[in-house]
Write a protein that binds this ligand. Structure first.
Ligand code: UD1
Ligand code: UDP
Length: 354
């Protein structure tokens, strides 16, 4: 069996790492293709280095652009590699433009597609990721769901064949690299942070950062907390802060994006996490750190139902209240599998190939 794994954006390197290791352990041939969607060292190479993900076999070097421009270039690039490599499977992760482009290229060439993180929905079609998820799921042969509710969503859309609940590979990564983060990372000392005495924030969704009003509202609310806030800046946020001419309060430490190990340390030791990221919402749950989601909705509804994630959109009063008052319960049920999602993915690929 030969699997072509498509990656391109930051969260995909993290998702691909445990799967790539499990494929190698099972003796499955993998061709790793990087679209080039993310390319800064701190958004790409650092994850290969830290997570032991081997260098991509092919780098498409597509870079940034409008949705159409970026997706179209990737579509052409992935098609050429698929034609050349003739894999049995194209494996895609998540919901980025790289995900959709690789899936679409495979579908047109009648190569089977496996989608890791299938069945997630925000039901918000203004999000570029929502189109990517729906379209990818509907052309996939193997739908690898992190949760039961993702499987139920696919059933509601009439997709029942090839669906497996495998757990979440980000939980696998968090378990495997947690101890390493504790020994290798010195980010808390470097930034002068004390455990449970700061807020960790990430912002990168177009909904939050492309709107000067929303961005200023969130940063204003964070400034007024007076608590130390650490904010690793996604390049989209950096661009928008400059464009909108927005400055931040003295309590907010804007830093460059950090690697995976530093990020796990920052998450684990934060008092509270505020974010519009999908992956960071889940990781805060893994680490047992309450999360405030700066969006009107989330795909990771289980974390909200469990009481550990609060949806506040960009409302200043609601943000202030979450920072002030405890909103989470003691219980934190296991929602994302048992840390062997990557092995289950490989098993599903193997079982479906025979
Ligand atoms: C993308 C994904 C989003 C995911 C996020 C993870 C899509 C539509 N969006 O959003 O689902 O949550 O990645 O981080 O696929 N840039 C750099 N250096 C880089 C990469 C990007 O400076 O290495 C800048 C460019 O100006 C670029 C902008 O960031 O135009 C946005 O990058 P892009 O990959 O288009 O979207 P993200 O916001 O990163
Ligand atoms: N992350 C990181 N460094 C950072 C910010 C995020 O390593 O400075 C990691 C984070 O721990 C998680 C993933 O990137 O594993 C989430 O990616 P992102 O927020 O970019 O995208 P999303 O999950 O929203 O698609």
């Amino acid at each position: 069996m030969k699997v072509l794994s498509a990656v391109g954006a930051r969260p995909q390197f993290i998702k691909a790492a445990p799967v790539s290791a499990a494929l190698a352990a099972a003796g499955v041939q993998e061709v790793l293709v990087h679209s080039g969607q993310h390319y800064d060292h701190g958004m790409s190479q650092i994850f290969f280095d830290e997570l032991g993900l081997r260098a991509p076999d092919v780098h498409l070097g597509v870079g940034s652009g409008s949705h159409a421009e970026q997706t179209a270039k990737m579509l052409v690039g992935f098609e050429q590699v698929i034609v050349r490599e003739r894999p049995d499977w194209v494996l895609v992760h998540g919901d980025t433009n790289s995900t959709l482009a690789a899936a679409l290229a495979a579908a047109k060439l009648q190569v089977k597609i496996a989608h890791n993180e299938a069945g997630l929905r925000s039901f918000n079609r203004a999000m570029p990721e929502e189109h990517n998820r729906v379209l990818t799921d509907h052309c996939s042969d193997l739908l690898l769901c992190p949760t039961q509710s993702a499987m139920e969503q696919l059933a509601r859309e009439g997709i029942a064949r090839g669906v497996h609940v495998v757990g979440d590979v980000m939980y696998d990564a968090c378990l495997r690299f947690g101890a390493l983060a504790e020994t290798r990372s010195s980010v808390l000392a470097q930034l002068g942070l004390s455990t449970k005495k700061y807020l960790l924030v990430t912002l990168h969704r177009p909904y939050t950062v492309d709107s000067p009003e929303r961005l200023a509202r969130v940063l204003g609310a964070l400034g007024r907390t007076g608590e130390p806030v650490v904010l690793p800046q996604h390049p989209r946020l950096l661009l928008r802060l400059r464009e909108h001419g927005i400055t931040v309060g003295a309590n907010i430490k804007l830093i460059d994006p950090v690697g995976y190990l530093d990020m796990q340390q920052l998450e684990k030791h934060a008092r509270l996490i505020l974010t519009d990221s999908g992956g960071v919402q889940k990781e805060s749950y893994f680490h047992g750190v309450p999360c405030v989601t700066l969006r009107p909705e989330t795909e990771w509804t289980e974390t909200v139902t469990a009481g550990w994630n609060k949806l506040v959109d960009t409302d200043e009063q609601a943000i202030a209240q979450c920072v002030r008052e405890r909103f989470w319960p003691d219980a934190r049920p296991e929602l994302f599998g048992t840390g062997d999602a990557a092995e289950r993915i490989v098993a599903a690929l193997q079982a479906t190939s025979t």
